[in-house]
Design a protein around this ligand. Structure first.
Ligand code: SAM
Length: 301
């Protein structure tokens, strides 16, 4: 495999997926993806956004599974950043894979929703838009600078959320939420970019173990904070099973949670990698998508 892929990641990809699929993943790491964006329905509609793109001569394409997503195959990010719809927060630049978790979470107006690892806020603002600004959103972020970025993006996108700058593992156990998004900190093994001048990412067994430990602790907290009958989405931008299915299996073993399978029709819209837990989605990095894992769970007791 390409020597810029850290040795430990190469080893894990080959052992989890075999040579052929590991090479497919490698092609995904090398892909130069088009700019993709999400229309912010809190402050704009498709007509306004597509109208400005048309006037600027920027070609756009729809995405079958999500009406608010657009692919701008020919455009560069700096061209988009000059548009009014960008400077006025009417669109949010976001990879298509990163738009999946809030769609699967399916938050409803009036619900109390926790985004446990929220900055820079792509998914928090998407949850706000999906609920027409009518959910009570709490957005937790441990890092102070990233929490500032989150506040800025919420303001830009006219999305309201209570920002809590703290370690989500220390959230008060007295809180209860109807829905939780745990877009967990991860190794980012799905989003590696093999481009000239981009240094290889570090990846050691110890670091993966430490990351998994944090993910499981955050999952345990999410289970405590979810109302009975409430639903959560666990997602990462990693393609390693120890950060994905193994964390979901850990949640299922508590006996408090059941898996809510993601619908087949929806899954078929994505390039997939094999998973041990059917009904969970592992997106293979390709020319359009970053590698991403998404699972949905419900609290049964
Ligand atoms: N959901 C975000 C979005 O869509 O814009 C991306 C989240 S990123 C994958 C993970 C975030 O979790 C990082 O901003 C990181 O600083 C934060 N984080 C890491 N450990 C945390 C913890 N223990 N509690 C809260 N946030 C944490």
């Amino acid at each position: 495999m390409d020597e810029r892929i850290p040795a430990y990641l190469q080893e894990r990809l080959l052992s989890c997926y075999g040579q052929e699929t590991a090479e497919r993943i490698e092609l995904g790491y090398k892909a130069v993806r088009p700019v993709t964006m999400r229309i912010n329905t809190l402050s704009a509609d498709r007509g306004e956004v597509c109208g400005e793109l048309d006037r600027a001569g920027i070609a756009w394409q729809n995405v079958d599974w999500y009406e608010q997503a657009l692919i701008l195959s020919e455009a560069r990010e700096n061209e988009i950043e000059k548009l009014n719809v960008y400077s006025e927060g009417k669109v949010y630049l976001q990879n298509l894979s990163a738009m999946i978790p809030p769609v699967v979470l399916n938050p409803q107006p009036g619900e109390a929703v926790l985004d446990m690892a929220a900055a820079p806020g792509g998914k928090t603002t998407q949850i706000a838009a999906l609920t027409g600004g009518k959910a009570q959103i709490t957005a937790c972020e441990r890092d102070a600078r990233r929490a500032e970025r989150l506040r800025y993006n919420l303001k830009m996108q006219k999305a309201s959320a209570l920002v809590m700058q703290k370690d989500a593992r220390d959230l008060d156990d007295l809180f209860r939420f109807d829905r939780i998004l745990l877009d967990a900190p991860c190794t980012g093994s799905g989003t590696l970019e093999l481009r000239d001048g981009v240094p290889p990412r570090r990846m050691t067994p110890d670091w993966v173990l430490k990351t998994v430990k944090t993910q499981k602790a955050m999952m345990a907290k999410a289970i405590r904070l979810l109302k009975k009958g409430g639903e959560m989405v666990y997602s990462t931008c990693s393609i390693l099973p120890e950060e994905n299915e193994d964390v979901v299996t850990y949640a299922l073993k508590t006996g408090n949670m059941e898996l809510v399978p993601i619908e087949d029709d929806f899954m078929h819209d994505f390039p997939q990698l094999p998973v041990k837990l059917p009904g969970t989605l592992l997106v293979c990095p390709d020319a359009l998508h970053e590698g991403f894992y998404v699972a949905k769970l419900r609290k049964i007791r």
